[in-house]
Design a protein around this ligand. Structure first.
Ligand code: TRP
Length: 337
């Protein structure tokens, strides 16, 4: 039996951070040996919100390099750039005829973006979910590892696929969200407010490209308080978040020690020193991020190699994409060759 097809995309709209790593890339790496995987950089999608393309190419290269540095093997998966696969745009055209203006206007992400950029409510923004559906359906993918915020886009992809199948004949299997075992780890910003972000809240986000000193500074400035008032106190969000980070990058002994310190007191005073916790966390975080950063930096310094990798990804993606497009054109009746 052939393996199920997994697909996911990342928009190159800023720097990849720890939330991306633990929410996405770490899982991609695990999936690569179990499934037939397509991972891509959604540079067309970024044009809907970032029309200025001065940094686009560099961001695309960085996302590719960082994904490889995190452990994706470009030989094993198809790691490609969206704009290298014109078949996606062609499928997008067909799907646009199956997508209704009313339903597109109702999507949460569209309404949010209209609020964010009222001066640029372009048609690409409206049909963003159609392009995303084309990304997924072009490889007839069934498993799409994404966060909760993408559920509505996935539901729309299923709707477009069903409409196509119903009207023209069965071509697409229905894609669903997919992640290992229940909830994804949730990583907040270091200020305890909201999530880490590719482009906002930069002082509270740990990026895979941050140097050692930046990591130390950001963690030193992270939000804490005077310490728990009682033994076994519930941890406020921002403290829980530091422990979450520690669990991800420190040894179990270290986590156990700081947890014990948090939960106990000595002569009525709390034992935990957040300054010590931050120092330890910063060093362990550096140990985690440094090898990723160095590998990604090396790759970016080797544009020939990077080009070769991107070309290989495009070849693999186009092979699968053109097969699907043939089925689509045969079904619709637009295949005259
Ligand atoms: N919309 C996704 C995001 O903002 C990115 C994306 C584009 C994507 N195409 C996709 C994700 C296809 C999964 C599948 O994160």
């Amino acid at each position: 039996m052939s393996k199920e097809v997994v697909l996911s995309g990342i928009r190159p709209t800023g720097f990849l951070h720890l939330g991306n790593y633990f929410g996405a890339m770490r899982n991609f790496v695990r999936m690569q040996s179990e499934f037939t995987c397509y991972f891509f950089v959604a540079n067309w999608h970024s044009l809907t919100t970032h029309p200025d393309t001065k940094e686009l190419k560099q961001s695309v290269n960085r996302v590719i390099a960082e994904n490889i540095a995190c452990g994706l093997d470009p030989e094993q998966v198809a790691l490609y750039v969206q704009s290298d696969v014109p078949e996606i745009a062609e499928l997008y055209l067909y799907l646009n005829m199956l997508a209704y203006k009313g339903e597109l206007e109702k999507t949460v992400t569209f309404k949010e973006k209209v609020r964010m950029q009222p001066e640029n409510v372009n048609a690409g923004l409206l049909t963003y979910p159609v392009l995303q559906a084309a990304d997924i359906l072009i490889h007839r993918a069934v498993k799409v590892p994404v966060g909760k915020d993408q559920e509505q886009n996935l539901e729309m992809a299923r709707n477009f696929a069903e409409r196509f199948n119903h009207r023209y004949g069965e071509v697409f299997p229905l894609p669903y969200g997919f992640n290992y075992g229940g909830e994804l780890v949730k990583i907040l910003g270091l200020d305890g407010e909201g999530k880490m972000s590719k482009s906002e809240n930069q002082l509270s986000t740990l990026y895979l490209a941050d140097d050692d000193d930046t990591i130390r500074k950001k963690i030193a400035k992270s939000k804490t308080d005077q310490g728990p008032a009682t033994e076994h106190a519930t941890k406020p969000d921002y403290i829980e978040n530091l422990f979450t980070l520690m669990k991800l990058v420190s040894s179990p002994d270290t986590v156990a020690k700081f947890n014990a310190d948090y939960n106990n007191s000595s002569e009525g005073k709390c034992i935990i020193r957040y300054g010590d916790l931050k120092k330890q966390l910063a060093e362990d975080m550096i140990g985690f991020i440094r090898p990723i950063r160095e590998k990604a930096t090396d790759l970016q310094a080797n544009p020939e190699l990077l080009k070769k990798i991107i070309r290989l990804g495009a070849e693999k993606a186009r092979a699968s994409a053109s097969d699907t497009l043939q089925l689509v054109k045969n079904a619709v009746g637009t295949n005259n060759a």
